[in-house]
Design a protein around this ligand. Sequence first.
Ligand code: SAH
Length: 257
Amino acid sequence: MTGKVSLVGGGPGPVDLLTMRAHRLLAEADVIVADRLGPGPEAIAELGWCAEVIDVGKHPGHHPVPQERITSLLIEHARAGRSVVRLKGGDPFVFGRGGEELTACLAAGIEVEVVPGVSSAIAVPQAAGIPVTHRGTAGTVHIVHGQGPLSTATLAALGDSTVTTIVLMGVAGLERLVADALAHGTPASRPVAIVEDGHTDRQRTTRASLGGIVAAARETGVRSPAVIVIGEVARAGLLLPARPSEPVDAVRVDALA
Ligand code: SAH
């Protein structure tokens, strides 16, 4: 009998941010195909799930497993009659190539279920105390990946003070993104927060204005994975009063806020 594939959103890292449905499917799985982001192979091992774990994540110095190979792994194991969980960071349908995996499995005649996950796009800013919408401050959210040139829609979002722009996979392209935004008229004073390793014990937030963020990120050595939040909601002290000694433009790095 053919098995099945579940594309499961793993959330930003901690296992207690998995959904109950994800927990159940992981406990029942024969094979777990895990990513670099989200709950990793160590977290899976700790929870005592007894499935075979295949790590297809990117690690420094290791080449990632190509997408076609991941898809064929899912199909091969399901064809062998196994219950396969494809555990992905965040939500499978937010820059997770979940759509491609879904269509490939369906084309191969494999039953597929998709389980949503807590997306870093919303949950990582939250971990740093940043609401992506805030009544009276921002009523629209624009989520974009930071690779390649900025689209007209992203430039319009950046130029609008009532829009929060969330950039995933944006650390490597930060300098180009900022230069492009400034060249197209986004005010240099627009607040920016970069939240690294959200919901982990390595979480760190760097804040500056758009004009100062490249220098601030360089100074603090910002690294991936990080979510970049651009907009008024990223202003220090939006929810809690900023410390009086801190001008908004100052570089602010703190462990948990
Ligand atoms: N499907 C995922 C996103 C995959 S793209 C989701 O919904 O969250 C990968 C990007 O997600 C990273 O480059 C980074 O921008 C972001 N990311 C994922 N987990 C993160 C975390 N714990 N902390 C900070 N950024 C994270």
